[in-house]
Design a protein around this ligand. Structure first.
Ligand code: MG
Length: 392
């Protein structure tokens, strides 16, 4: 198996929603295709993935640095000697050649998209859903009954109201989501508290409501919200402060009795090790949300899970950021805690395809080979266009 071409296209996210820090109206995502010399049904077998949601497309890093390195590599050097197939870890190593250690930012997302496209390619080669390929690669059985899922929404909309929020969350309940997450930090504390209380009222219990500040707060704000939220028994309080301020995270963990969640803006094993060593993570309750598609792909992400477990944090406390098909297959394949879902937002990447069934609070991945991205309305069209461009 050889890589014969790698292409990237920047695809805009649809919609104009915002959290307390970021408006997504101008956001793009890198859709990446890795084409092999293996032919199936008269066509070259091609793996496809993207760099999650929220960190913009990374076409420059891919086209100027990573793709030329892969295409210049000795094809044998990218293979797993035991299978003769592409090795995601070796592809990642080659894409990262001549990159200095540290500073894990945009390049981690660029590399993640390429590495995950190789996983999609391998699963298609085996003609099986990616969760089966991932489970086997890591010596696990794929989740037989689907994985827990919650609806992530509650963004700040133009002309917003509590009634609009209630309607949105009631819609998620009607669709079968057992829990939700909403944004905080976009209003003064009393306004946000009214939103959280409205959410608890709709869901019926604080244990079905998580809140996410998107790293907006300084120390005093984080502590003020901790005090205000402590009595609501929420599912978790997410990213109160800067994701790299481990000392402040430790302080918050000492002050807030409920679960804290963080990790979606940590892009390397070393950053996760630092969080575990210095951030006051409580193995009996806290939640970690690293996202393989933002952090060099599944090779690095699996090492993060190992580091969590070495710290006493169960893999059932891993809920990757980014409610999309790639993480659904990773959660099912690695036996993690669950997935988020963005019903109706972050299209065409957010949410799941029609062949993924939601029942009993679980989302069941479809059986299409690979991550099944081609089956997602809107995204399938973008993939078709990218493959057509590759063929020309
Ligand atoms: Mg978040």
């Amino acid at each position: 198996m050889r890589i014969i071409d790698v292409r990237e296209v920047a695809v805009p996210l649809h919609g104009a929603i915002a959290n307390s820090v970021v408006n997504f109206a101008e956001h793009t995502v890198s859709l990446v295709a890795v084409r092999s010399d293996v032919r199936r049904n008269g066509r070259p077998l091609t793996g496809v993935a993207f760099n999650s949601i929220g960190r913009h497309a990374q076409g420059g890093i891919l086209r100027d640095r990573m793709i030329p390195r892969l295409l210049a590599a000795d094809p044998e050097s990218l293979l797993d000697p035991s299978t003769g197939l592409l090795s995601p870890a070796r592809v990642l190593d080659r894409a990262m050649r001549d990159e200095k250690p540290g500073g894990h930012g945009d390049r981690a997302a660029a590399a993640g998209a390429v590495e995950l496209a190789v996983w999609d390619l391998l699963a298609k080669h085996h003609d099986e859903p990616a969760h089966a390929t991932i489970a086997r690669a890591f010596g696990r059985r794929p989740a037989p009954t689907g994985v827990p899922v919650y609806a992530a929404g509650g963004y700040y909309h133009p002309g917003d109201s509590l009634d609009r929020l209630r309607d949105e969350l009631a819609g998620y309940v009607d669709q079968g989501y057992p829990a939700v997450k909403i944004k905080i930090g976009g209003l003064p504390l009393p306004g946000d508290l009214a939103r959280v209380e409205a959410a608890v009222e709709v869901i019926g219990d604080g244990s079905g409501v998580a809140v996410d500040a998107n790293a907006r707060f300084d120390r005093d704000q984080a502590m003020a919200y901790a005090t205000a939220l402590a009595g609501l028994g929420l599912r978790w309080y997410e990213e109160a402060t800067d994701p790299l301020d481990y000392a402040l995270h430790r302080e918050l963990a000492e002050a807030y009795p409920g679960a804290l969640a963080t990790g979606e803006n940590l892009f390397s094993l070393q950053d996760v090790r630092n969080l575990l060593a210095f951030g006051g993570v409580r193995p009996d309750r806290d939640v970690l949300q690293m996202d393989a598609a933002l952090s060099y792909g599944l090779t690095e992400y699996a090492r993060m899970i190992e580091a969590m477990e070495a710290h006493g944090v169960s893999r059932s406390q891993a809920f990757p950021h980014g409610g999309h098909l790639i993480n659904l297959h990773i959660v099912a394949g690695l036996g993690l805690g669950g997935c988020e879902s963005y019903p109706g937002v972050f299209e065409p990447f957010g949410g799941y395809s029609p062949d993924c069934r939601l029942s009993g609070g679980l989302i069941h991945p479809g059986q299409a080979p690979g991550f099944g991205l081609e089956a997602k309305p809107g995204l399938g069209d973008e993939i078709t266009a990218l493959l057509k461009e590759m063929a020309s």
